[in-house]
Design a protein around this ligand. Structure first.
Ligand SMILES: [Zn+2]
Length: 276
């Protein structure tokens, strides 16, 4: 439990550090390098388009990240609430939550958040919050835009490295052999420390981008089936419904606007908990 609590703190710090490093590299290294091209007029420079696209992707990733944290799933009672209501002793409050969770198939008691949540999916360590009915749409959007921002940063980084080190990425294996080649060149003094750092970041962006894309697709598949990860893990049977209805339940009526800007899940068909 101590390790999980530690992970709940370390993972968001890790995410914010990676985001900060990505911002600094994009705004102070990749973008200025693009503006150096003398053949392009400043007004129609691809660097401006690149900057606007990167800001759009990162604003959506960070906006949805904040909304996932702000919109906790419907709270069916916390340890503190149980204590305030005088239900049980402090040592019994988690047990009260577990009993409540077993009483309904759609609820689950999360020991890290210390509360019973409605339509629980899983506990996300990167946001330090439970994912459920209210923030599922924002969570999927967060995964999607984090994946796009990472893969886009990787492409911009590859363009920067190919310009600075005069490396061609035309060969399909060039990206795979870049790391061993650059490590040997770094120790021989041919590659600077800052360039080596960018090369390492390329692999990190690639890994995070693929992981988030996979996570997003898996989550989307579960939404289409009308399932949560918690139900899959417990082997619970869900009633068959049309996939359009399942999708609308999570994405709401303003789904198109929600794809473009980070916004609250207005118009969702999920029942709201009146006690909140
Ligand atoms: Zn939780």
């Amino acid at each position: 439990m101590l390790i999980l609590r530690l992970l709940n703190v370390v993972a968001p710090v890790y995410f914010l550090c990676i985001s900060l490093v990505t911002f600094i590299l994009q705004l102070f290294l990749f973008l200025p390098n693009m503006f150096k091209d003398p053949t392009i007029t400043p007004l129609f420079s691809p660097a401006l388009l690149h900057g606007a696209l990167f800001l759009f992707l990162s604003a959506n990733a960070l906006g949805n990240y904040i909304l996932v944290i702000q919109n906790s799933p419907e709270d069916m009672g916390t340890c503190k609430n149980a204590g305030a209501r005088g239900v049980g002793t402090p040592s019994e409050w988690p047990e009260a939550g577990r009993k409540a969770s077993s009483s309904s198939q759609n609820t689950h008691f999360c020991r890290l958040c210390a509360r019973v949540t409605l339509r629980h999916d899983h506990h996300c360590f990167f946001t330090g919050n439970c994912i459920g009915s209210r923030n599922m749409r924002n969570f999927i959007m967060f995964c999607l835009y984090t994946s796009l921002a990472c893969l886009y940063s990787m492409v911009a980084g590859v363009a920067y490295i190919s310009t600075v080190l005069s490396i061609s990425f035309a060969h399909p294996l060039a990206f795979l052999t870049l790391l061993p080649h650059s490590i040997s060149q770094f120790f021989s003094g041919a590659v600077l420390g800052s360039e080596m750092f960018v090369i390492l970041m390329l692999y990190l962006w690639f890994g995070i981008g693929l992981a988030c894309a996979g996570f997003c697709c898996h989550q989307l598949l579960l939404v289409l089936r009308g399932q949560t990860r918690h139900q899959v893990r417990k082997g619970m049977v869900v009633r068959a419904r049309p996939w359009r209805k399942n999708l609308q339940e999570v994405f709401g009526k303003r789904w198109l606007l929600g794809l473009l800007i980070p916004m609250l899940n207005v118009g969702s068909d999920y029942p709201r908990h009146k006690g909140k």
